[in-house]
Ligand binder design. Sequence first.
Ligand code: COI
Length: 359
Amino acid sequence: MKYNINITKTKESRLNEVDFENIPFGRVFSDHMFVADYEDGEWINPRIVPFEPFTIHPASMVLHYGQSIFEGMKASKNLDGQPMFFRPEMHAKRLNASASRMCMPDLPEELFLEGLHALVGLDQGWIPPQEGSALYIRPFMFATDEFIGVRPSSKYRFIIFTGPVGPYYSRPVRLVAEQTYVRAVAGGTGEAKTSGNYAASLLPAKIAQEKGYDQVMWMDSREFKYVQEVGTMNIFFVINGKVVTPATDGAILKGITRDTVLTLLKEKGFEVIEKPVHIDEILAAHDRGELEEIFGTGTAAVVSHVAELAYGDRVITLPPIEDRKVSPMIKDWIDGMRSGRVEDTHGWVQEVKSLELVD
Ligand code: COI
């Protein structure tokens, strides 16, 4: 342990209020959170405290200029009941990539990982036992300098909190390709996991939902012809047995589940192609009867099937799940690795090492 994490335990756990059979996504929060502050060029006072609201100054720079980044990751229990993380270092690295783009300080990887292990070790009773559910982990960092003026903040807060979750999507999703609004442009912040990207997506997503769709499929900002990603996921197409996904180009989030899926599919012998994906190519494949699957990947969404895709007047319906070969297999593989049912040959699944905790 490099960092001395001060721990204040909650006086009364809320764990007995949780119905693990019916967990709504994102509404249940575990007992504790990890907090560290950045001041005078260093991270100070790493601590675990009861999960509860805190005060924030009205001039906090995050509220005005949006320096705010986050991660989404999961912990689950394997068949022996041991709590496990999935690729935690990748999340620490991506947080720092987002920090760099948003002009925020680097968070030492050891601080991220030590805070994570200590927190999830302490709250491991909150990890749902059943496969397909998990403890969702939300690390995030935001600007706390009290100042009105546009410049990078000199103070930040980093927090990790957690909460048990079930599946993000309860059924295959219906997507509409967006042709008015954009999520990200070349040279913009599309690759960073920053709050503003999600804020920009809310109006188009609301309009899409009013028309009966679940999510927007983002297109490039120049021609609205090249596919980028979906609101909460990266996107994959299976065309005549080959798996195609948009190449990351600076405007697309470098999904960790995306990377997992690409790696596993290549190992399984699939031809996997990362390239600019033109919408006409997808529609033509559908017309030839070769578009076998569309699916999304993300920490929250894991692997989510797409039922329907609309582009202008065209609406295409994808084959039923029972006829799909790639996405159910890859979803089962990832779920199985997490639960220990399937061998993890990559060292992606890592034991939560709880600290010796003292009151
Ligand atoms: C995730 O997949 O964990 C995300 O961060 C996407 C969404 C829930 C905001």
